[in-house]
Write a protein that binds this ligand. Structure first.
Ligand code: NAD
Ligand code: MG
Length: 399
């Protein structure tokens, strides 16, 4: 019998983490869960430790780790509980780990995801913010350390599936690729009258029509900043110049993205909007395995619609394209400002429409530079957070 592949899940208590565990449980003969991690959700991580029996559980928050330790001891379980952000990096690089699911949300995922790449792991990348912040650095680490980078973001996973295997070495041009078309549903406010947008609530913003996701990415989908981050992600993942990447609104979320070739062919990847498909694809690659996702019933697929994105409704998308064109640390500044603004909106400190305004102002005030080192990127991330914090304070709604 072949040895089972060791898996570490960074962010196992989140939406992607839970979907990953669901897929892994269907294939216990092929995969072994080495490490599970979370920020501070003790209850969920405890339940996952009891059912999955990992060797390690890491909590970024030290107090939460202490609670988890006590609860596991009381349950008579011998999971080693580690605490703090640097332990996330350590478990991502353990020799017994073959695959790392990078599913922490936001900039917090950068260092552990980078650690997995530097340890030459198969990196299943959900944490798009890591690539947005540090694209060139991250891609260099993947190359130099022989890591395997497989996209989990449904659009990028779709594009990956529509590209020929040799694209990684030959490049898009030689593979005859003309355009990468990223689809996006347009989120819950695609048809909301513009004058109502300032009044929408966090719960409305998080009620995505097609996908169940964490709250940060749900808000990003509502502003379409998510598509903007994905354009930047596609640029680095596939080596595609910005003018070869197009975002298209496709409300049904059945086509997850497409690749257009010089001869006029367009290859698309279809499926139910369920992240277990890309997760199973990446875990099993280059083979296939069951994911638990239902199969498409073509008789019930009434229509597939496409529209150009409305940049007036979704200014965040325009800002992301601008940050990509500016280059250097501009995408890291965009990402940091967006994280601060989204958090403020979720806490009802600013209006929905202030999110893009905070990001725009931050990009104007914080000058970017060449993103040569991690230190520079993290420094600009911190400068952007401080500037965005001031913007949030200036736009705070009356409590
Ligand atoms: P989520 O909020 O549901 O889960 C986030 C996970 O990260 C949790 O386990 C949390 O404990 C952990 N975490 C948060 N902050 C942390 C910190 N400071 N230190 C350590 N751990 C921390 O988010 P999600 O929806 O699962 O998304 C995760 C990532 O995957 C994001 O980058 C998102 O953009 C990407 N993604 C998600 C989906 C989706 O369907 N949910 C689809 C595509 C891409
Ligand atoms: Mg996506």
């Amino acid at each position: 019998m072949n040895a089972r592949a060791g898996v570490a899940i960074l962010g196992s208590t989140g939406s992607i983490g839970i979907s990953t565990l669901d897929v892994l449980r269907r294939h216990a003969d092929r995969f072994r869960i080495v490490a599970l991690t979370a920020q501070r959700d003790v209850e969920t991580l405890l339940e996952q430790c009891l059912t999955c029996a990992p060797d390690y559980a890491v909590m970024a928050d030290e107090t939460a780790a202490e609670h988890l330790r006590g609860r596991l001891r009381a349950a008579g379980r011998s999971v080693e509980v580690l605490a703090g952000a640097t332990e996330l990096e350590r478990v991502a690089a353990l020799p017994e780990v073959a695959q790392v699911m990078a599913a922490i949300v936001g900039a917090a995922g950068l260092l552990p995801t980078l650690a997995a790449a530097r340890a030459g792991k198969r990196v299943l990348l959900a944490n798009k913010e890591a690539l947005v912040m540090a694209g060139p650095l991250f891609m260099t680490a993947v190359r130099e350390h022989g890591a395997e980078l497989l996209p989990i973001d449904s659009e990028h996973n779709a594009v990956f599936q529509c590209l020929p295997p040799e694209f990684a070495t030959a490049g898009l041009e030689r593979c005859g690729v003309r355009r990468i078309v990223l689809t996006g549903s347009g989120g819950p406010f695609r048809t909301t009258p513009l004058e109502q947008l300032p009044e929408v609530t966090p719960d409305q913003a998080c009620a995505h029509p097609n996908w169940r996701m964490g709250r940060k990415i749900s808000v990003d989908s509502a502003t379409m900043m998510n598509k903007g981050l994905e354009v930047i992600e596609a640029h680095w993942l596939f080596g595609a110049p910005p003018d070869r990447i197009e975002a298209v609104v496709h409300p049904q979320s059945v086509i997850h993205s497409m690749v257009e070739y010089q001869d006029g062919s367009v290859l698309a990847q279809l499926g139910h909007p369920d992240m277990r498909t890309p997760i199973a694809h990446a875990l099993a690659w280059p083979r296939r395995m069951a994911s638990g996702v239902a199969f498409l019933d073509f008789a019930r697929l009434a229509t597939l619609e496409f529209q150009p994105p409305d940049f007036a409704r979704f200014p965040a998308l325009r800002l992301a394209f601008a940050a990509l064109a500016a280059g250097g640390t501009a995408p890291a500044i965009l990402n940091a400002a967006n994280e601060v603004a989204v958090q403020a909106f979720l806490e009802q400190r600013i209006r929905f429409t202030a999110i893009a305004a905070v990001v725009e102002q931050t990009l104007e005030r914080v000058s970017g530079r060449a993103a040569e080192t991690l230190a520079v990127i993290l420094d600009d991330d911190a400068r952007a957070r401080a500037a965005a914090g001031e913007q949030v304070a200036a736009r705070a709604v009356e409590g």
